[in-house]
Design a binder for this molecule. Structure first.
Ligand code: CMC
Length: 392
Protein backbone atom coordinates (compact mmCIF):
# COMPACT_ATOMS: atom_id res chain seq x y z
CA UNK A 1 0.00 0.00 0.00
CA UNK A 2 1.03 3.57 -0.58
CA UNK A 3 2.80 2.60 -3.78
CA UNK A 4 1.40 4.16 -6.94
CA UNK A 5 2.62 3.91 -10.52
CA UNK A 6 2.53 6.98 -12.73
CA UNK A 7 1.20 6.28 -16.23
CA UNK A 8 -0.08 9.44 -17.93
CA UNK A 9 -2.45 8.62 -20.76
CA UNK A 10 -2.60 4.98 -19.58
CA UNK A 11 -0.05 3.91 -22.17
CA UNK A 12 0.75 0.75 -20.27
CA UNK A 13 -2.06 0.19 -17.81
CA UNK A 14 -5.05 -2.06 -18.47
CA UNK A 15 -8.19 -0.73 -16.83
CA UNK A 16 -10.22 -3.89 -17.27
CA UNK A 17 -10.45 -7.36 -18.70
CA UNK A 18 -12.77 -7.59 -21.69
CA UNK A 19 -14.13 -10.29 -23.96
CA UNK A 20 -15.48 -7.97 -26.65
CA UNK A 21 -12.80 -6.64 -28.97
CA UNK A 22 -9.30 -7.86 -29.75
CA UNK A 23 -6.63 -5.64 -31.30
CA UNK A 24 -3.09 -6.65 -32.24
CA UNK A 25 -1.61 -3.26 -33.03
CA UNK A 26 1.71 -4.59 -34.31
CA UNK A 27 0.03 -6.89 -36.81
CA UNK A 28 -2.87 -4.56 -37.67
CA UNK A 29 -5.54 -7.03 -36.52
CA UNK A 30 -9.02 -6.11 -35.23
CA UNK A 31 -11.71 -8.61 -34.23
CA UNK A 32 -15.13 -8.25 -32.61
CA UNK A 33 -15.95 -11.26 -30.41
CA UNK A 34 -13.31 -13.15 -32.39
CA UNK A 35 -14.60 -12.30 -35.87
CA UNK A 36 -12.13 -10.44 -38.15
CA UNK A 37 -13.30 -6.91 -38.96
CA UNK A 38 -12.81 -7.52 -42.69
CA UNK A 39 -15.30 -10.42 -42.66
CA UNK A 40 -17.87 -8.47 -40.70
CA UNK A 41 -17.46 -5.41 -42.93
CA UNK A 42 -18.01 -7.50 -46.04
CA UNK A 43 -20.72 -9.91 -44.93
CA UNK A 44 -22.56 -8.66 -41.86
CA UNK A 45 -24.89 -5.73 -41.20
CA UNK A 46 -24.68 -3.00 -38.59
CA UNK A 47 -27.59 -4.24 -36.47
CA UNK A 48 -26.22 -7.78 -36.59
CA UNK A 49 -22.84 -6.49 -35.41
CA UNK A 50 -24.56 -4.48 -32.68
CA UNK A 51 -26.22 -7.72 -31.52
CA UNK A 52 -22.90 -9.56 -31.67
CA UNK A 53 -21.11 -6.93 -29.60
CA UNK A 54 -23.84 -6.62 -26.98
CA UNK A 55 -24.90 -10.26 -26.58
CA UNK A 56 -21.64 -11.98 -27.49
CA UNK A 57 -22.80 -14.24 -30.33
CA UNK A 58 -24.02 -13.76 -33.88
CA UNK A 59 -27.85 -13.88 -33.82
CA UNK A 60 -29.95 -16.58 -35.44
CA UNK A 61 -32.38 -15.31 -38.09
CA UNK A 62 -35.16 -15.21 -35.48
CA UNK A 63 -33.05 -13.38 -32.94
CA UNK A 64 -32.00 -10.80 -35.52
CA UNK A 65 -35.61 -10.29 -36.64
CA UNK A 66 -36.72 -9.73 -33.10
CA UNK A 67 -33.84 -7.36 -32.35
CA UNK A 68 -34.44 -5.38 -35.56
CA UNK A 69 -38.13 -5.20 -34.78
CA UNK A 70 -37.55 -3.93 -31.26
CA UNK A 71 -35.22 -1.22 -32.59
CA UNK A 72 -37.78 -0.27 -35.23
CA UNK A 73 -40.48 0.19 -32.61
CA UNK A 74 -38.44 2.72 -30.67
CA UNK A 75 -37.29 5.11 -33.39
CA UNK A 76 -39.78 7.86 -32.46
CA UNK A 77 -38.78 10.58 -30.05
CA UNK A 78 -41.31 11.77 -27.50
CA UNK A 79 -43.24 14.55 -29.26
CA UNK A 80 -42.22 17.00 -26.56
CA UNK A 81 -38.58 16.29 -27.36
CA UNK A 82 -38.90 17.91 -30.79
CA UNK A 83 -38.90 21.33 -29.10
CA UNK A 84 -35.51 20.53 -27.63
CA UNK A 85 -33.77 21.08 -30.97
CA UNK A 86 -35.09 24.62 -31.34
CA UNK A 87 -33.21 26.06 -28.36
CA UNK A 88 -29.74 25.79 -29.88
CA UNK A 89 -28.23 28.42 -32.15
CA UNK A 90 -28.41 27.57 -35.85
CA UNK A 91 -24.64 27.01 -36.00
CA UNK A 92 -24.63 24.67 -32.99
CA UNK A 93 -22.14 21.84 -33.43
CA UNK A 94 -24.21 18.65 -33.82
CA UNK A 95 -21.93 16.72 -31.43
CA UNK A 96 -22.83 19.14 -28.64
CA UNK A 97 -26.52 18.78 -29.50
CA UNK A 98 -26.16 14.99 -29.63
CA UNK A 99 -24.57 14.65 -26.22
CA UNK A 100 -27.14 16.99 -24.64
CA UNK A 101 -29.96 15.04 -26.26
CA UNK A 102 -28.63 11.67 -25.12
CA UNK A 103 -28.31 13.01 -21.59
CA UNK A 104 -31.85 14.43 -21.81
CA UNK A 105 -33.21 11.02 -22.88
CA UNK A 106 -32.88 9.83 -19.30
CA UNK A 107 -35.51 12.39 -18.24
CA UNK A 108 -38.14 10.59 -20.31
CA UNK A 109 -37.37 7.15 -18.88
CA UNK A 110 -36.77 7.87 -15.21
CA UNK A 111 -38.45 4.71 -14.01
CA UNK A 112 -36.22 2.52 -16.16
CA UNK A 113 -32.74 3.55 -15.20
CA UNK A 114 -31.66 0.89 -12.71
CA UNK A 115 -28.21 -0.25 -13.89
CA UNK A 116 -28.68 -3.63 -12.19
CA UNK A 117 -32.05 -4.48 -13.72
CA UNK A 118 -31.21 -6.40 -16.89
CA UNK A 119 -34.55 -5.80 -18.56
CA UNK A 120 -34.35 -2.07 -17.98
CA UNK A 121 -30.79 -1.96 -19.26
CA UNK A 122 -31.83 -3.91 -22.33
CA UNK A 123 -34.69 -1.52 -23.01
CA UNK A 124 -32.39 1.48 -22.62
CA UNK A 125 -29.94 -0.13 -25.04
CA UNK A 126 -32.67 -0.60 -27.64
CA UNK A 127 -33.93 2.93 -27.10
CA UNK A 128 -30.46 4.37 -27.63
CA UNK A 129 -29.79 2.39 -30.81
CA UNK A 130 -33.24 3.28 -32.15
CA UNK A 131 -33.25 6.97 -31.25
CA UNK A 132 -29.68 8.08 -31.95
CA UNK A 133 -30.25 8.30 -35.74
CA UNK A 134 -33.45 10.28 -35.16
CA UNK A 135 -31.63 12.69 -32.84
CA UNK A 136 -28.69 13.03 -35.24
CA UNK A 137 -31.01 13.74 -38.17
CA UNK A 138 -32.97 16.32 -36.16
CA UNK A 139 -29.80 18.13 -35.12
CA UNK A 140 -28.93 18.40 -38.81
CA UNK A 141 -32.42 19.39 -39.94
CA UNK A 142 -32.57 22.15 -37.33
CA UNK A 143 -29.19 23.49 -38.46
CA UNK A 144 -30.40 23.84 -42.07
CA UNK A 145 -33.85 25.10 -41.13
CA UNK A 146 -35.78 22.18 -42.63
CA UNK A 147 -38.78 20.41 -41.09
CA UNK A 148 -38.18 17.34 -38.93
CA UNK A 149 -39.34 14.09 -40.52
CA UNK A 150 -40.84 11.25 -38.55
CA UNK A 151 -39.00 7.95 -38.92
CA UNK A 152 -40.35 5.66 -41.65
CA UNK A 153 -40.27 2.23 -40.07
CA UNK A 154 -40.76 0.44 -43.38
CA UNK A 155 -37.15 1.33 -44.11
CA UNK A 156 -33.96 -0.28 -42.85
CA UNK A 157 -31.89 1.30 -40.08
CA UNK A 158 -29.44 3.23 -42.25
CA UNK A 159 -31.89 4.14 -44.99
CA UNK A 160 -34.28 5.52 -42.38
CA UNK A 161 -31.47 7.67 -41.00
CA UNK A 162 -30.52 8.95 -44.46
CA UNK A 163 -34.14 9.79 -45.24
CA UNK A 164 -34.65 11.65 -41.96
CA UNK A 165 -31.43 13.55 -42.70
CA UNK A 166 -31.78 14.39 -46.38
CA UNK A 167 -35.46 13.76 -47.14
CA UNK A 168 -38.18 16.39 -47.40
CA UNK A 169 -41.86 15.95 -46.52
CA UNK A 170 -42.82 17.21 -49.97
CA UNK A 171 -41.10 14.55 -52.04
CA UNK A 172 -40.24 10.87 -51.98
CA UNK A 173 -36.74 10.06 -50.85
CA UNK A 174 -34.55 7.84 -52.97
CA UNK A 175 -31.06 6.60 -52.33
CA UNK A 176 -28.82 4.11 -54.11
CA UNK A 177 -28.85 0.85 -52.09
CA UNK A 178 -25.08 0.59 -52.61
CA UNK A 179 -24.65 3.88 -50.76
CA UNK A 180 -26.83 2.61 -47.92
CA UNK A 181 -24.75 -0.54 -47.78
CA UNK A 182 -21.48 1.39 -47.63
CA UNK A 183 -22.67 3.65 -44.81
CA UNK A 184 -23.86 0.53 -42.95
CA UNK A 185 -20.39 -0.93 -43.46
CA UNK A 186 -18.73 2.24 -42.15
CA UNK A 187 -20.87 1.95 -39.01
CA UNK A 188 -19.64 -1.64 -38.62
CA UNK A 189 -16.02 -0.48 -38.87
CA UNK A 190 -16.63 2.07 -36.09
CA UNK A 191 -18.73 -0.16 -33.84
CA UNK A 192 -16.12 -0.94 -31.19
CA UNK A 193 -12.44 -0.40 -30.52
CA UNK A 194 -11.83 -1.70 -26.99
CA UNK A 195 -10.67 0.80 -24.33
CA UNK A 196 -10.35 3.97 -26.42
CA UNK A 197 -10.92 7.41 -24.85
CA UNK A 198 -14.72 7.55 -25.26
CA UNK A 199 -15.30 3.92 -24.27
CA UNK A 200 -13.11 4.29 -21.20
CA UNK A 201 -15.15 7.39 -20.38
CA UNK A 202 -18.43 5.48 -20.71
CA UNK A 203 -17.08 2.77 -18.40
CA UNK A 204 -15.66 5.25 -15.88
CA UNK A 205 -18.90 7.22 -15.64
CA UNK A 206 -20.88 3.97 -15.44
CA UNK A 207 -18.61 2.66 -12.69
CA UNK A 208 -20.27 5.19 -10.36
CA UNK A 209 -23.56 3.43 -11.21
CA UNK A 210 -24.72 6.38 -13.32
CA UNK A 211 -27.35 5.28 -15.82
CA UNK A 212 -26.61 4.15 -19.38
CA UNK A 213 -27.87 7.38 -21.01
CA UNK A 214 -25.66 9.58 -18.81
CA UNK A 215 -22.67 7.32 -19.45
CA UNK A 216 -23.15 7.31 -23.22
CA UNK A 217 -23.67 11.07 -23.26
CA UNK A 218 -20.24 11.43 -21.63
CA UNK A 219 -18.84 9.11 -24.31
CA UNK A 220 -20.20 11.37 -27.05
CA UNK A 221 -18.41 14.31 -25.46
CA UNK A 222 -15.13 12.40 -25.29
CA UNK A 223 -15.50 11.44 -28.94
CA UNK A 224 -15.98 15.10 -29.90
CA UNK A 225 -12.28 15.90 -29.41
CA UNK A 226 -10.05 16.20 -32.51
CA UNK A 227 -7.55 13.61 -31.25
CA UNK A 228 -10.37 11.07 -31.13
CA UNK A 229 -13.57 11.02 -33.24
CA UNK A 230 -13.27 14.69 -34.08
CA UNK A 231 -10.30 13.73 -36.26
CA UNK A 232 -12.58 12.91 -39.20
CA UNK A 233 -13.73 16.53 -39.31
CA UNK A 234 -10.18 17.76 -38.71
CA UNK A 235 -8.86 15.64 -41.61
CA UNK A 236 -11.27 17.18 -44.09
CA UNK A 237 -10.50 20.68 -42.85
CA UNK A 238 -6.79 19.91 -43.22
CA UNK A 239 -7.26 18.64 -46.78
CA UNK A 240 -9.32 21.71 -47.68
CA UNK A 241 -6.65 23.98 -46.27
CA UNK A 242 -3.85 22.25 -48.19
CA UNK A 243 -5.96 22.34 -51.35
CA UNK A 244 -6.75 26.05 -50.92
CA UNK A 245 -3.05 26.79 -50.43
CA UNK A 246 -2.14 25.17 -53.75
CA UNK A 247 -2.02 21.46 -52.89
CA UNK A 248 1.64 21.30 -51.91
CA UNK A 249 1.67 18.00 -50.02
CA UNK A 250 5.44 17.81 -49.62
CA UNK A 251 5.54 21.23 -48.01
CA UNK A 252 2.76 20.33 -45.59
CA UNK A 253 4.53 17.13 -44.54
CA UNK A 254 7.75 19.09 -44.05
CA UNK A 255 5.95 21.53 -41.76
CA UNK A 256 4.43 18.68 -39.75
CA UNK A 257 7.89 17.10 -39.35
CA UNK A 258 9.32 20.39 -38.18
CA UNK A 259 6.64 20.26 -35.50
CA UNK A 260 5.13 23.59 -36.35
CA UNK A 261 2.95 24.42 -33.36
CA UNK A 262 -0.55 23.05 -33.67
CA UNK A 263 0.24 21.13 -36.85
CA UNK A 264 -0.24 17.38 -37.07
CA UNK A 265 -1.04 15.06 -39.91
CA UNK A 266 -4.64 14.46 -38.87
CA UNK A 267 -5.92 10.96 -39.56
CA UNK A 268 -2.44 9.53 -39.00
CA UNK A 269 -1.08 7.71 -35.97
CA UNK A 270 -2.72 5.63 -33.31
CA UNK A 271 -1.97 4.67 -29.74
CA UNK A 272 -2.35 0.96 -30.45
CA UNK A 273 -1.73 0.44 -34.17
CA UNK A 274 1.90 0.44 -35.17
CA UNK A 275 0.85 -0.77 -38.58
CA UNK A 276 -1.82 0.08 -41.16
CA UNK A 277 -5.16 0.44 -39.37
CA UNK A 278 -7.19 -2.45 -40.85
CA UNK A 279 -10.27 -0.22 -40.88
CA UNK A 280 -8.46 2.43 -42.93
CA UNK A 281 -7.64 -0.17 -45.59
CA UNK A 282 -11.34 -1.03 -45.98
CA UNK A 283 -12.39 2.64 -46.00
CA UNK A 284 -9.80 3.52 -48.62
CA UNK A 285 -11.24 0.97 -51.05
CA UNK A 286 -14.79 2.16 -50.37
CA UNK A 287 -13.91 5.80 -51.05
CA UNK A 288 -13.26 5.29 -54.75
CA UNK A 289 -16.40 3.16 -55.00
CA UNK A 290 -18.64 5.81 -53.44
CA UNK A 291 -17.35 8.51 -55.77
CA UNK A 292 -17.92 6.18 -58.75
CA UNK A 293 -21.48 5.31 -57.70
CA UNK A 294 -22.34 8.96 -57.15
CA UNK A 295 -20.56 9.98 -60.35
CA UNK A 296 -18.51 12.50 -58.42
CA UNK A 297 -14.85 13.34 -58.38
CA UNK A 298 -13.12 15.11 -55.54
CA UNK A 299 -9.66 16.64 -55.74
CA UNK A 300 -9.40 16.05 -51.98
CA UNK A 301 -9.26 12.28 -52.55
CA UNK A 302 -6.26 12.58 -54.85
CA UNK A 303 -4.70 14.96 -52.39
CA UNK A 304 -5.28 12.52 -49.50
CA UNK A 305 -3.73 9.68 -51.50
CA UNK A 306 -0.66 11.77 -52.33
CA UNK A 307 -0.39 12.84 -48.71
CA UNK A 308 -0.51 9.22 -47.58
CA UNK A 309 2.16 8.19 -50.07
CA UNK A 310 4.53 10.99 -49.13
CA UNK A 311 4.07 10.31 -45.41
CA UNK A 312 4.47 6.53 -45.69
CA UNK A 313 7.81 7.05 -47.47
CA UNK A 314 9.11 9.62 -45.04
CA UNK A 315 11.56 8.70 -42.25
CA UNK A 316 9.70 10.77 -39.64
CA UNK A 317 6.56 8.67 -40.11
CA UNK A 318 8.43 5.40 -40.67
CA UNK A 319 10.48 5.73 -37.47
CA UNK A 320 7.41 6.55 -35.42
CA UNK A 321 5.32 3.87 -37.12
CA UNK A 322 2.60 6.33 -38.07
CA UNK A 323 0.03 5.01 -40.55
CA UNK A 324 -3.37 6.24 -41.71
CA UNK A 325 -6.11 5.52 -39.17
CA UNK A 326 -9.84 5.00 -39.69
CA UNK A 327 -10.48 8.75 -39.87
CA UNK A 328 -8.14 9.47 -42.80
CA UNK A 329 -10.48 8.64 -45.68
CA UNK A 330 -13.96 8.61 -44.13
CA UNK A 331 -14.43 12.38 -44.50
CA UNK A 332 -14.12 12.20 -48.29
CA UNK A 333 -16.92 9.60 -48.32
CA UNK A 334 -19.20 11.51 -45.95
CA UNK A 335 -18.68 14.68 -47.97
CA UNK A 336 -19.60 12.86 -51.19
CA UNK A 337 -22.74 11.54 -49.49
CA UNK A 338 -23.76 15.12 -48.74
CA UNK A 339 -22.98 15.40 -45.03
CA UNK A 340 -21.63 18.76 -43.85
CA UNK A 341 -18.17 18.57 -42.29
CA UNK A 342 -19.38 19.16 -38.75
CA UNK A 343 -21.68 16.12 -38.97
CA UNK A 344 -18.83 13.66 -39.57
CA UNK A 345 -18.15 12.94 -35.92
CA UNK A 346 -21.85 12.31 -35.35
CA UNK A 347 -21.59 9.49 -37.89
CA UNK A 348 -18.70 8.07 -35.86
CA UNK A 349 -20.91 8.25 -32.76
CA UNK A 350 -23.76 6.39 -34.49
CA UNK A 351 -21.31 3.66 -35.38
CA UNK A 352 -19.60 3.49 -31.96
CA UNK A 353 -22.85 3.32 -29.97
CA UNK A 354 -23.17 -0.50 -29.80
CA UNK A 355 -19.58 -0.69 -28.57
CA UNK A 356 -20.27 1.78 -25.78
CA UNK A 357 -23.38 -0.15 -24.79
CA UNK A 358 -21.65 -3.54 -24.90
CA UNK A 359 -18.70 -2.26 -22.86
CA UNK A 360 -20.96 -0.58 -20.28
CA UNK A 361 -22.93 -3.79 -19.85
CA UNK A 362 -19.77 -5.85 -19.53
CA UNK A 363 -18.54 -3.38 -16.89
CA UNK A 364 -21.75 -3.38 -14.85
CA UNK A 365 -21.98 -7.20 -14.89
CA UNK A 366 -18.34 -7.78 -14.01
CA UNK A 367 -17.96 -8.67 -10.31
CA UNK A 368 -14.42 -7.24 -10.46
CA UNK A 369 -15.69 -3.75 -11.31
CA UNK A 370 -15.02 -1.06 -8.73
CA UNK A 371 -15.64 2.64 -9.06
CA UNK A 372 -12.96 4.05 -11.39
CA UNK A 373 -10.77 6.20 -9.27
CA UNK A 374 -7.20 6.75 -10.51
CA UNK A 375 -4.50 7.72 -8.05
CA UNK A 376 -2.12 10.66 -8.55
CA UNK A 377 1.41 11.71 -7.78
CA UNK A 378 1.19 14.95 -5.85
CA UNK A 379 3.74 17.61 -6.88
CA UNK A 380 2.32 20.73 -5.18
CA UNK A 381 3.62 22.64 -2.14
CA UNK A 382 4.09 20.99 1.24
CA UNK A 383 2.11 22.23 4.21
CA UNK A 384 2.04 26.01 4.61
CA UNK A 385 -0.06 28.38 6.70
CA UNK A 386 -2.76 30.83 5.89
CA UNK A 387 -1.69 34.46 5.59
CA UNK A 388 -4.23 37.21 6.09
CA UNK A 389 -5.11 39.03 2.84
CA UNK A 390 -3.74 42.34 4.16
CA UNK A 391 -0.31 40.75 4.56
CA UNK A 392 0.01 39.20 1.05
N1 CMC B 1 1.26 13.81 -37.09
C1 CMC B 1 2.53 14.08 -36.76
N2 CMC B 1 3.21 13.49 -35.78
C2 CMC B 1 2.56 12.59 -35.05
C3 CMC B 1 1.23 12.23 -35.31
C4 CMC B 1 0.58 12.89 -36.38
N3 CMC B 1 -0.69 12.61 -36.67
N4 CMC B 1 0.84 11.29 -34.44
C5 CMC B 1 1.87 11.04 -33.64
N5 CMC B 1 2.93 11.83 -34.01
C6 CMC B 1 4.27 11.82 -33.41
C7 CMC B 1 4.28 12.53 -32.08
O1 CMC B 1 4.54 13.91 -32.26
C8 CMC B 1 5.39 11.82 -31.37
O2 CMC B 1 6.61 12.30 -31.89
P1 CMC B 1 7.89 12.50 -30.90
O3 CMC B 1 8.26 11.14 -30.43
O4 CMC B 1 8.91 13.14 -31.77
O5 CMC B 1 7.40 13.40 -29.78
C9 CMC B 1 5.24 10.37 -31.84
O6 CMC B 1 4.63 10.48 -33.14
C10 CMC B 1 4.38 9.51 -30.94
O7 CMC B 1 3.10 10.09 -30.84
P2 CMC B 1 2.26 10.26 -29.52
O8 CMC B 1 1.56 11.58 -29.57
O9 CMC B 1 3.11 9.97 -28.32
O10 CMC B 1 1.22 9.07 -29.70
P3 CMC B 1 -0.12 8.87 -28.89
O11 CMC B 1 -0.34 7.42 -28.84
O12 CMC B 1 -0.09 9.61 -27.59
O13 CMC B 1 -1.23 9.59 -29.80
C11 CMC B 1 -2.87 9.95 -31.47
C12 CMC B 1 -2.07 8.91 -30.68
C13 CMC B 1 -3.91 9.24 -32.30
C14 CMC B 1 -3.57 10.90 -30.48
C15 CMC B 1 -1.90 10.76 -32.35
O14 CMC B 1 -1.29 9.90 -33.28
C16 CMC B 1 -2.58 11.91 -33.07
O15 CMC B 1 -2.75 12.99 -32.51
N6 CMC B 1 -3.03 11.71 -34.36
C17 CMC B 1 -3.78 12.72 -35.08
C18 CMC B 1 -5.23 12.70 -34.64
C19 CMC B 1 -5.99 11.51 -35.16
O16 CMC B 1 -5.92 11.17 -36.34
N7 CMC B 1 -6.77 10.88 -34.27
C20 CMC B 1 -7.63 9.73 -34.63
C21 CMC B 1 -7.18 8.48 -33.96
S1 CMC B 1 -7.91 7.01 -34.67
C22 CMC B 1 -9.58 6.84 -34.26
C23 CMC B 1 -10.12 7.72 -33.26
O17 CMC B 1 -9.87 7.57 -32.06
O18 CMC B 1 -10.85 8.62 -33.65
Amino acid sequence: TGHVTLDPGFTNTASTTSAITYIDGEAGILRYRGYPIEELAERSSFLEVAYLLIYGELPTADQLDRFTDRVRRHTLLDEKFRNFFTVFPRQAHPMAVLSSAVSALSTFYQDNLDPFDEEQVDLSSIRLIAKLPTIAAYAYKTSVGQPLLYPDNSLGYVENFLRMTFGLPTEPYEVDPEIVRILDMLFILHADHEQNCSTSTVRLVGSSHANLFSSVSAGVDALFGPLHGGANQAVLEMLERIHAEGGNVEDFVRRVKNKEPGLKLMGFGHRVYRNYDPRAAVVKKATRKVLDILGKSDPLLDLAMRLEEVALNDDYFIERKLYPNVDFYTGVIYKAMGFPTNAFTVLFALGRLPGWIAQWREMINDPATKIGRPRQVYVGPGERHYVDISER
